[in-house]
Design a protein. Sequence first.
Length: 503
Amino acid sequence: AIMRILFRFSLRHLFHAHLIEIILSLQTIYYCLASSIGQYIYRYYLESYSETIDFNSDFWLLSNTFNTTIINKIHQCNDRSVPAPAHQWAQQKSSNLFFYQTVASSIPTIVMTYILGLYTHQLGRKFVLILTMFADHWWHIAAFLSSLAGGGNVSSFILNLIITDSTKESERTSKFLHTGAVCTAVGAITSFLVGFWIEYRGFLDLYLAALFIQLMTILAVHVYMRPQSLTPVLSINSNYHNHNNKRTTKYDQLIRICMVFSPRHTNRSRKRSMCLIITLVAFMFHCLASLSFGVPFLWFQLNYPFCWSATDIGYYNTISSIIWTVGSIVGMKFFTYAHFGDATICCLSHIFFIVSALWVAQASYSWQLYLGLFIAPFTSYQGSLTYSIISKWLEPNEINNAYTFVTEINTILNVFGNSFFNYLYSITVSYSRNFTLILAAVLGVIPLVLNCILYRVTIRISDESDHRITECIPILIPNHMPMIEPAGMEAVRFPAKISKRIQ
């Protein structure tokens, strides 16, 4: 009896001390399990393929476009029992299904992301967090209903907000580094195991396990999340923030969010206005390029000449998690040590992105995809640094509205980009399996040029009117990019620091 009491006490203490890490780890496991739905859909269509499809559907036209080269490449796959047109048909049907799923959920996701973010304080963070988790396990049939709860974007935002508000500013960076490392490690192990699970046990047990883990997460939030963990830690801007909230209505806040980047409605100088607009446009094209690369990447792995199995994808995701974590941190440390500016880092990041997209697009062997992983960690700094760059050109009272606006733009690009690039892949895969990857490289040129312009603007244009407050609250915005980053990396974003006066 004493041992049982001690065990329960230790377990409760563990949950209270590391609740956020446990919740994020469980969510990471869930997303790793649920992300295999693409493989399930593709395998379903591959197994249901019939030769009669060529004569009673539009695929007859697609089959006639096959040339000898494409068919020979498809025959490089290990599974010779599957007819050559079946792979192409399964690719088209799978991407079409995901296209309609994202179309069904796009508008509600955008609206509910804003509403739940705006009314989180009134509804309570625990309620919003549990609401998004309940909706996460619904997929295509209930895509519209699932999007009404906001989904993973809102839950990531709430968890990041809880960490920010409940951690002292001096301890915040180490907290996020620790949490990010834990989530990435959990994601790597889970991705490795999922591949073997699918090969030997199939998909049904996997999705039942995902549902069980999600219910465990909801139970942990409801039972163990104390109100004290949701209480913000006071910081230097708290008095201003509280005073400002009392005077601002929701309508006024919406107007300020929409007008925060408009130079006509602020006292911003020419330099700051130009930098903000250039940074915002560069971020938008970076999102589009990343979506063009990441959305159809699973179909690219399942297609010829790779035809990867679930085990192969599990291996790749595991190694990707390890290389991405180490490489991105080492790269940022090197750039910081070399005293590179934000615009310079973004320029280098886009060069790496273009090289990575072209390399993967021309890959014909599995080892070439693995070799491309050593470039990938240095391709996403635009997404991480955008909030930091924007914060340097804004007053502290404008940062909340600016981040909300950028997040909403990010969400819009994400939901519509998922639909568009799935559809684009479905209509181009019969002619070119790597068209979306080449398009990603082309789109990556635009933010590269814009960041070069930003670099010149920050050097050449003098701006004596910029008298900035050098300290403000770091605000965390969740990452809404597609699954280019390994599982675990999208759950936690590092805070933007502002510790130096803009010259």
